[in-house]
Design a protein around this ligand. Structure first.
Ligand SMILES: NC(=O)c1ccc[n+]([C@@H]2O[C@H](COP(=O)([O-])OP(=O)(O)OC[C@H]3O[C@@H](n4cnc5c(N)ncnc54)[C@H](OP(=O)(O)O)[C@@H]3O)[C@@H](O)[C@H]2O)c1
Length: 356
């Protein structure tokens, strides 16, 4: 079997670089095209990212000499060269919607990290371990677009990918409400300490648009497939504060959860430790790891657990009847972005939505 040829749209950015890094030696996918804005187009990849490569491994040799293509002007050519694209660009919402439609209508599947299409009814927001059955809305979408192969599928915002895995397997106990604060790393803004100097020795209690995404995207993920697309769930009620903190990578959340039914601390930990419903090349060995030490998880030590795809939880305690609190963490540009998207592509490939 030949590997599927992949394009990375936005390959020079924070998430794009992470795609380049984690797709090196992927068993099913091979990077064929790197594309970015017209500012980078025409340069070799190593020239385009000079002075802004932030990964901790060198640029893969086979990528460094590739000529960066123009994501917009070269769309048709890119679609003829690849089997599908990952898209992670920093553009206006309407421009991203247009760009993603352009690729999908040229029969190129788009696996998107962008939020622009997350609320389009027949576009799934997918987390492979939670709502794999939502891939079915792609059939509804392809009918609307009039395509055979092209479609758009999204993954959720990075802020919620440390806590949705924790609350989902507990939903059978009737979750009444979830109140949380996220503590989000600066790479979540596509930036570093050099490009975001205001973050040195600082905490900023506001991230534009992040609280709404954190509160609402889980409701689409927990929804069901209807005739025209996803019908959102109306539970649980989620309320979030999203805070930018001075760490390079890794998001943490402090979560307060109220159940309708009785459940014990031991039961919750057991459910978490047994929750690992799928097995794909990028799946972590232990999807959820519960730490019994009081001072874990820690961002610096635990964000890379299971190649950055693991969810780490600790500090679980009961503070009132049916009310618990805990802390959880994951890597925002791996599990929360590129790694989550690669896992999602593996699921789509396995289910027959990506083909040569
Ligand atoms: N960072 C995270 O943790 C994270 C997590 C989940 C989702 N996301 C989402 O992923 C997307 C990218 O985020 P990021 O953090 O990687 O941003 P970023 O570091 O600012 O990178 C943006 C990328 O978009 C390209 N770009 C900018 N303007 C363009 C244009 N007019 N036409 C074509 N390409 C253009 C840039 O190319 P040039 O280098 O040529 O300018 C670069 O490759 C955003 O939608 C973001 O919300 C990010």
């Amino acid at each position: 079997m030949r590997k599927l040829k992949v394009g990375i749209i936005g390959a020079t950015g924070m998430v794009g670089q992470r795609f380049v890094q984690i797709l090196e030696n992927h068993p099913w996918f091979q990077v064929e095209v790197v594309a970015a804005s017209e500012k980078s187009a025409g340069k070799s990849y190593s020239e385009a990212i000079e002075g802004r490569w932030v990964m901790n491994t060198p640029v893969p040799e086979e990528i460094s000499s590739k000529i960066v293509m123009d994501s917009v002007k070269d769309c048709k050519k890119i679609c003829s060269l690849v089997d599908f694209v990952f898209c992670a660009v920093n553009m206006k919402k309407e421009q991203i919607q247009e760009l993603e439609y352009m690729y999908s209508k040229n029969e190129c599947p788009v696996i998107s990290n962008n939020s622009a299409h997350r609320w389009t009814e027949d576009v799934p927001i997918l987390i492979p371990e939670i709502n794999p059955e939502h891939v079915k809305v792609i059939d509804i979408q392809k009918e609307r677009l009039g395509t055979k192969k092209g479609f758009i599928a999204t993954k959720p915002n990075c802020s919620l990918q440390c806590f949705v895995h924790a609350i989902y397997p507990l939903m059978e106990f009737g979750i009444k409400s979830v109140i949380l604060s996220t503590y989000q790393a600066i790479s979540g803004a596509g930036r570093t300490f050099e490009s975001f100097p205001e973050m040195n020795d600082n905490i900023i209690p506001y991230i534009e648009g992040e609280e709404r995404k954190t509160e609402t995207e889980p409701l689409k993920i927990f929804g069901k497939v209807g005739e025209k697309g996803i019908i959102n769930s109306d539970i649980p009620r989620i309320s979030a504060n999203c805070i930018r903190v001075p760490t390079s990578d890794g998001h943490m959340a402090s979560v307060f959860i109220e159940f309708e039914k009785k459940i014990s601390k031991d039961e919750i930990i057991k459910i978490w430790e047994n929750f690992n419903p799928i097995s794909l090349p990028s799946s972590p060995k232990n999807l959820i790891k519960y730490f019994h030490e009081n001072d874990r998880p820690q961002i610096k030590f635990d964000r890379n657990r299971d190649h950055g795809m693991g969810i780490s939880i600790g500090r679980l305690s009961q503070y009132d009847e049916n009310k618990f609190k805990f802390v959880c963490a994951s890597h925002n540009t791996i599990r929360g972005a590129a790694g989550g998207a690669v896992l999602f592509a593996e699921l789509l490939y396995e289910k027959g939505y990506l083909f040569q």
